[in-house]
Design a protein around this ligand. Sequence first.
Ligand SMILES: C[S@@+](CC[C@H](N)C(=O)[O-])C[C@H]1O[C@@H](n2cnc3c(N)ncnc32)[C@H](O)[C@@H]1O
Length: 266
Amino acid sequence: MTTRSQAQPARSARDQFDRQAPHYDEQWNAWNRESLDWMLSAAKPVSSDIALDVATGAGFTALAFAPVVRKVIAIDVSDGMLAQARRRAGELRIGNAEFRIAPAENMPFDDSGFDIALCRVAAHHFVDVEAFAREVARVLRPGGRLLIADTTVPDDSPEAADWQNAVEIARDPSHVRNYSPSRWRDLLTSAGLLVDEVTSSGGGITIPLTDWMVKAGCTAAQADDVRARFAAAPDSARAVFDIRRDDSGETIFSWRRVLVAARRPA
Ligand SMILES: C[S@@+](CC[C@H](N)C(=O)[O-])C[C@H]1O[C@@H](n2cnc3c(N)ncnc32)[C@H](O)[C@@H]1O
């Protein structure tokens, strides 16, 4: 199975998220509140910590950590998303969060400057996820913690995994790949990090197909393609992602999540 971790997506994340930024609202964030709560508790932040939020989007994770650490520096490749994040920081009167344009794969920071690194619901967009892991290992101080939350695919069903990644790309051409739990363990270990926890579970949130496509700004042709892929989903994918119809006939499903805690050796 190819990982596409170094392949170019059909549309860059920057283009995709500049398009999405105006619609990127609290409702989307509510889907992901659980992973944010897990990160806040697993990171064990203290008031002297400097945190890095990689691919911050509209800044939900950075702004949740800002009140409990000394400073948060957040990066993203999309100016549109960074503008949303800065606006939210202003509304919340948060002054210790800094938002900068930079890629996850090549961070403009000195070695060992961060106590905590965070990356929520974004790594599946990275063109080179191994480079992201190496950069995190470089910019974390010895003993510094990394927390990742993302959508994931199962280790034991390559058919369902490939179907899910293909449907994601059809819906959002900036999607690169969702990684399985064991792939996360391997790639972080290869980057020199110690992996403390990798847990995967059902997303717990039922996603209506139409709404999911609207959120990504799908064209009519993309929506037709995505609907056809759901209609032809293999049994393995139907089981893993709980694909079914609700009472109104709408297709609904549930993606899986992975939570990863790792640290740079002390
Ligand atoms: C779903 S949003 C992130 C959500 C955010 N982390 C949160 O917790 O709410 C995904 C973000 O990843 C960013 N992104 C994609 N590829 C990137 C890369 N290689 N480097 C930095 N940011 C990237 C996109 O611009 C987008 O803002």
